[in-house]
Design a protein around this ligand. Structure first.
Ligand SMILES: [Zn+2]
Length: 471
């Protein structure tokens, strides 16, 4: 029996969740604010065709979703009401694309931004049974420490990813009442990259809270045991770890892989979840493109995934599902609609996928390792401590070694027979910090200075001038 069938009329569940205060690029401890998420669910046994019913939640909701038994083609509209009894415009209950794959006989509406609503007025064009309104909101906040984000080492570096701990995933939601993991991870080599939109609200002021709601809706209400997407990206370009893959050591950026580098199977594209990575952009991209920040992060993320999995970002290829053996020929970076009959990832954004593939290829080609590093232009430090000691028809020089960001490869010695300021010519090069000038005129004075050269050919300034008298 599915867990949603065991729930009573009014359901209240609190879950420990966290909001990161900062996103860093080093492996450091980060203070996070845990948030207790509260879920209320109100049900009605039957709603007749054309009937309207108002269902009241006991507290204000950040997100609301409506779901019912069967009737997958029912047109259900929802108007959200505030505490003063005012109701907003009726909107289509929509469909949650992950819920559409659930296959458990229920129809799951989209997660709707509720803006503190406490009631939902529901109307249907045909009879539906066991209709439920789910309200989700953050509750009590608790400060705690989580590990920070570290930079990964790869040919194409991994962009920063907010870990599940950092966005506050309550890992207990992945387990049933007996402690068994509901959706145990399975891993396959990543061959295809699939982009989605969540079809939720644009200009979301609290995307982490929205992700917590999506997670709850998928994991608990729909019974998957986890969020369906492998990764999510908000409109400010922050990337979030989605589907759990494993517990990473502190400071390690979540890759969605097992230790062998195979990707975890999510629940984002029906029939094609194994061997693919599903990335969802938050919001609805039907009539507008992704933000520049989201697009940039998506490009970096796909470049990293494509490069490390040897996926040609501009190619189309035939994919064999490693579990079912089914085959499909798609672009290696494709939209959800290339795999199924869906509007996802939104028409305007979908039209930009060719440009996205080119940007991903360019980002892979432009990374260090495939292009030479910029030339070194840092000169060695100026030699100091130069001394000159006169000997029989000779002067012996010594000085302190220079330092440099690359290697100091040698020194040049210049001499003047005229004065401390004019008439210098180079008389020697050496790889050590001493040099003796022989064959000099007895009783004559000579002036010397030295400079250092590095492996890139940069030279230091000349040292201070010293004089020496040949005996
Ligand atoms: Zn999708």
């Amino acid at each position: 029996m599915h867990r949603y069938l065991r729930r009573c009329l009014l359901l209240t569940i609190a879950a420990g969740l966290a909001v990161p205060l900062s996103l860093t690029s080093s492996a450091t401890a980060t203070t996070a604010v845990s948030v207790r998420t509260v879920a209320h669910q109100v049900r009605t046994s039957t709603l007749a065709a054309g009937a309207t019913q108002t269902l009241r939640l006991p507290s204000a909701a950040h997100d609301i979703a409506v779901h019912w038994r069967g009737a997958p083609n029912a047109r259900v509209v929802v108007s959200l009401g505030d505490a003063a009894g005012r109701f907003g415009p009726a909107v289509d209950a929509g469909r949650d694309e992950v819920g559409e794959q659930r296959g458990n006989g229920r129809t799951y509406g989209a997660l709707l931004a509720a803006h503190g609503a406490v009631a939902a007025r529901v109307t249907t064009d045909r009879a539906v049974h066991d209709l439920a309104v789910l309200g989700l909101a953050d509750g009590q906040r608790v400060t705690r420490q989580v590990s920070g984000v570290a930079a990964a080492v790869a040919a194409v570096s991994q962009p920063p990813v907010l870990s599940r701990a950092q966005w506050g995933a309550d890992e207990s939601l992945r387990f049933d009442s007996t402690g068994a993991e509901i959706f145990p991870p399975a891993f396959y080599t990543t061959k295809k990259l699939i982009v989605h939109h969540t079809a939720g609200a644009n200009n979301d002021p609290d995307p982490a809270a929205t992700i917590r709601s999506i997670y709850y809706y998928h994991a608990v209400t729909q019974g998957w045991g986890d969020i369906g997407y492998n990764f999510l990206i908000d409109e400010t370009g922050r990337i979030y770890e989605g589907r759990h893959s494993r517990d990473y050591p502190a400071g390690v950026v979540p890759s969605g892989d097992n230790a062998a580098g195979q990707g975890v199977t999510g629940a984002h594209t029906g029939g094609w979840n194994s061997g693919t990575v599903g990335v969802a952009l938050l919001g609805t991209l039907t009539d507008r493109d992704a933000t520049a920040a989201a697009r940039d992060s998506l490009t970096s993320f796909l470049a990293w995934e494509a490069d490390r999995n040897a996926i040609d970002p501009k190619a189309t290829s035939t994919f064999v599902n490693p579990v079912s053996g089914a085959t499909i020929t798609t672009a290696n970076i494709a939209g959800h609609r290339d795999y199924a009959s869906t509007e996802c990832p939104g028409g305007v954004f979908y039209a930009s996928l060719p440009a996205l593939r080119t940007a991903v290829a360019d980002r892979i080609a432009g990374t260090p390792g495939s292009t030479p590093p910029p030339p070194d232009t840092t000169a060695p430090t100026t030699p100091n401590g130069l001394t000159a000691v006169g000997g029989y028809r000779s002067v012996a020089l010594s000085w302190a070694a220079s330092t440099d960001n690359v290697a100091v490869t040698g020194y040049a010695v210049a001499r003047s027979t005229k004065s401390a300021t004019t008439g210098f010519t180079q008389v020697a090069t050496t790889t050590v910090t001493t040099w003796t000038n022989g064959g000099l005129g007895k009783g004559k004075r000579y002036w010397y200075r030295v400079r250092a050269t590095d492996a890139a050919g940069n030279v230091s300034a000349w040292s201070a001038v010293v004089s020496g008298d040949a005996a």
